[in-house]
Design a protein around this ligand. Structure first.
Ligand code: CXF
Ligand code: ZN
Length: 372
C-alpha cells in the first residue's frame, strides 16, 4: 500500500512551487520512510528549478531534510522507527570512491541523486497514479514524507537530543560542504592564514570551521556588509568588501601569502586572483558552481615551483554519518553556531523562503513542515 503525502511540486521557474497530494511507493529493503519535520532551502534546488542541472521536471526537490523515521525496509540498520534522523546526499556504496568513504565523489552519483527515480529506474513517488520525479538527493524533502536510503540517512546521536530537528535539517548540504572543505578536504592547519570568498551558507560554515581548526587570520570576503558583520561574529578576524580592494588588502595583511584560498562564488576572475595570493604549498579550494564553459588559467612555474594546489571540492569530502555527527558535536559545544544563519518559514511559504534565499535576505531559509 502506498503512503499519502503532500509535496511541493516544481514545474520550472515560470511557476511557483505548488503543494499537492502525492503517494509514496512501498519501501525497498534499504529504504526508510521519514516524516519530514523541516527542510532547508539550498541554491542547488534553484539551479534544478532553472534547469541548470539535468534533473527531469516536474519534480519534488528539497535535500536538507530532517525528521522522524516511520518505517524501515528489512535491510536497514542505520535507524529504526521513532528515531530522529537527518538526510544528506545519496551514494551507491560500491564504487571506488564509496569504498574509501568518499561518497561525495560516487561514480554513480547521477542515478542515485538526480535521475528523479531510484537508481534502478523505478519511481518512488506517484501523483494521481502516474510516476512523479522525486528521490532528489535520495530524499525529496519538500514534502510531508520522504523515502530515504541507508546510505543518506544519519541517526542523530543522543548528545544532540536537545537540538531541535528544524535546526539540524540544513546540516547535510551547505554546512557540511563548507566545514568539510576546511576540516577534511584542505585540512586547514592551526596558525595558517585562510581567505574565504563568499559569505553564504558554505562560506560561513568554512569560517566557523577555520576557527575550530585554529587558522589565523581568517579573512571573509563578500560584497554584502551585513554578511561580513555576521562572518566576524562567527569567527572571521578580518572582513573585506569585494567592491573595495579586497585582494590588495589581503596582500597587505598577509604579505607571505595565504595558506588557503577557499572560493564559494564560482567567479572565474576571482578564483584566478585568489590563486595569485597563495603562499608556497597554499591550496586554492573551489566549491562554487561556475559557468560550465569556464576554464582556469594559472602560471605553470608558480603552480609547480611553489607546490601550490588547486582542489575541486564536492560536499566537503563528507563521509555522511560520522562527519554530520561530528559537526553536531561542535554545535552542542557552541563551536559551530549555525543557528545564526537560519530564518524559518512555514511549508506553505515555500516560495517566500526561496525568494529570501535569492534576494540574500536570509542566509539559510528552513521550512517547518511538521511538528517534532
Ligand atoms: C552537493 C553536491 C554533491 C555532494 C553533496 C552536496 N551539493 C548540493 O547542493
Ligand atoms: Zn544543497
Amino acid at each position: 500500500m502506498t503512503t499519502s503525502a503532500r509535496a511541493a511540486i516544481c514545474r520550472g521557474n515560470s511557476e511557483p512551487f505548488k503543494i499537492e497530494d502525492v503517494e509514496l511507493d512501498n519501501l525497498r529493503p534499504d529504504e526508510l520512510r521519514i516524516r519530514v519535520v523541516a527542510c532547508g532551502v539550498c541554491h542547488t534546488d534553484m539551479a534544478v528549478r532553472d534547469e541548470q542541472l539535468p534533473v527531469p521536471h516536474p519534480v519534488v526537490l528539497g535535500h536538507e531534510g530532517a525528521g522522524i523515521v516511520e518505517e524501515v525496509g528489512s535491510a536497514v540498520t542505520v535507524a529504526k522507527p521513532g528515531d530522529r534522523v537527518v538526510m544528506s546526499f545519496n551514494s551507491c556504496g560500491e564504487c571506488p570512491s564509496c569504498s574509501i568513504d568518499a561518497p561525495t565523489y560516487c561514480y554513480n552519483f547521477f542515478p542515485h541523486n538526480w535521475s528523479g527515480k531510484r537508481a534502478d529506474g523505478s519511481p518512488v513517488m506517484f501523483k494521481d497514479g502516474e510516476p512523479m520525479n522525486a528521490n532528489f538527493f535520495g530524499q525529496s524533502s519538500f514534502a510531508t514524507h520522504a523515502i530515504a536510503h541507508e546510505a543518506n540517512t544519519v541517526k542523530i546521536a543522543e548528545s544532540a537530543a536537545d537540538i531541535p530537528l528544524e535546526r539540524i535539517a540544513p546540516i547535510g548540504c551547505g554546512l557540511m560542504t563548507g566545514a568539510g572543505a576546511v576540516l577534511r578536504s584542505m585540512k586547514v592547519r592551526k596558525g595558517m592564514p585562510i581567505a574565504v570568498f563568499g559569505a553564504g551558507t558554505v562560506g560561513m560554515a568554512a569560517i566557523m570551521a577555520a576557527k575550530i581548526a585554529g587558522a589565523n587570520p581568517i579573512i571573509a570576503v563578500d560584497v554584502n556588509d551585513k554578511r561580513l558583520e555576521l562572518a566576524k561574529e562567527l569567527g572571521a578576524t578580518h572582513a573585506f568588501n569585494g567592491k573595495d580592494g579586497a585582494m590588495d588588502k589581503i596582500r597587505e595583511l598577509v604579505p607571505q601569502g595565504l595558506g588557503y584560498a577557499f572560493d564559494t562564488t564560482g567567479i572565474n576572475t576571482l578564483i584566478q586572483e585568489a590563486w595569485g595570493l597563495l603562499a608556497p604549498m597554499g591550496i586554492c579550494g573551489i566549491v562554487g558552481a561556475s559557468d560550465p564553459s569556464d576554464n582556469l588559467t594559472f602560471n605553470e612555474a608558480e603552480f609547480m615551483g611553489g607546490g601550490r594546489r588547486v582542489m575541486g571540492i564536492l560536499g566537503g569530502d563528507s563521509d555522511v554519518g560520522p562527519f554530520l555527527n561530528e559537526l553536531l558535536d561542535y554545535h552542542v559545544k557552541g563551536q559551530f553556531p549555525f543557528e545564526k544563519l537560519i530564518g524559518y518559514f512555514d511549508f506553505d511559504q515555500i516560495n517566500e523562503a526561496i525568494h529570501a534565499s535569492e534576494d540574500g535576505s536570509v542566509v539559510k531559509p528552513v521550512l517547518r513542515i511538521s511538528a517534532e
